[in-house]
Design a protein around this ligand. Structure first.
Ligand SMILES: N[C@@H](CCC[C@H](N)C(=O)O)C(=O)O
Length: 278
């Protein structure tokens, strides 16, 4: 199985584009490929597949073998891969994902895709859609307590996949590896959740640390950064256009009033190509 190792701000993937559908035993395959000691080492295994609804289809499997509906950083990597491998010569690409159809605008300089802007669609805010066990049209600053007794207030956002966004005074106070797994599997979230801790520096400038569902701490999360942009507006903390600093670099998030869609702009990187010996 040929793959390309790629990353979006350090959120890394093995990208595979040679199948018509995902292979049997894909969950076990994802765990093995993503293993950082016995495999390639990645946060996720990404398949680019044919689509009847868009130009291409993407499916993403987390390092624990679970499938996610959405992955903002992988979508940017897919855009770069498709253009630079010659599979498309268009700078506008449509992609079918578990979160619906997404449109990518590739920013190209001298044949190289330097950045990708992704229309990540409309955020879903209804409690049951996230999904959470709570009720209501929105879950904003709702109290949550971990099994170890840490108390926070979270805002729930779905960008196709679930996110719990928690604003804190200082990120240095958060032991992500301790509270992250407890929040990911909290009873409020029947399909688990991604967790973002955020420190606001200015209405257009925040830093976020992420604990991802099915992958643990990663250096960046595109759908998480979009959720932070949405939660920032809902709680009156940020502008609709905000730079999100992540451990792996920066993303520009723009929740446009005109169409209610969230736009994410950032880079993607090709690292190397390899062959997985099945
Ligand atoms: N890193 C991703 C999100 C990957 C999926 C996530 N762990 C989930 O299970 O929902 C991103 O950039 O959005």
């Amino acid at each position: 199985m040929k793959f390309t190792k790629m990353h979006g701000l350090g959120n890394d993937f093995a990208v595979v584009a040679e199948f018509l559908s995902v292979p049997e035993g894909v969950s076990e395959l994802a765990k093995n490929v993503c293993d950082r000691h016995f495999g390639v080492g990645a946060d996720g295994l990404v398949f680019i597949l044919p689509s009847e609804k868009a130009q291409f289809r993407m499916r993403i499997f987390n390092s624990d073998g679970s499938e996610s509906e959405q992955c903002g950083n992988a979508v940017r990597c897919v855009g770069k891969f498709l253009y630079e491998s010659g599979r498309t010569n268009s700078t506008t690409v449509t992609l079918e994902t578990g979160a619906g159809l997404q449109t990518l605008q590739l920013h190209v300089e001298n044949g190289i895709v330097t950045r990708v802007t992704v229309d990540m669609g409309e955020p879903k805010l209804e409690a049951s859609v996230i999904p959470t066990t709570l009720t209501g049209d929105q879950v904003v600053e709702h109290p949550i307590e971990t099994t170890s007794g840490h108390r926070y207030a979270f805002t729930a956002v779905s960008m196709g996949n679930p996110h719990a966004v928690i604003f804190v005074d200082t990120l240095a106070d958060v032991d992500l590896h301790h509270v992250g797994p407890q929040l990911e599997t909290h009873a409020y979230f029947p399909r688990k959740t991604n967790v973002e801790f955020v420190q606001v520096h200015a209405p257009n400038d925040v830093t976020m640390h992420v604990w991802e569902r099915g992958a643990g701490e990663t250096l960046a999360c595109g759908s998480g950064a979009c959720s932070v942009g949405v939660a920032g507006v809902l709680t009156g903390r940020t502008d609709r256009r905000v730079t999100v600093h992540l451990k792996g670099g920066d993303l520009l998030i723009d929740w446009k009033e005109s169409d209610n869609h969230v736009y994410m702009t950032g880079p993607a990187t090709r690292v190397y190509e390899g062959t997985w010996l099945l």
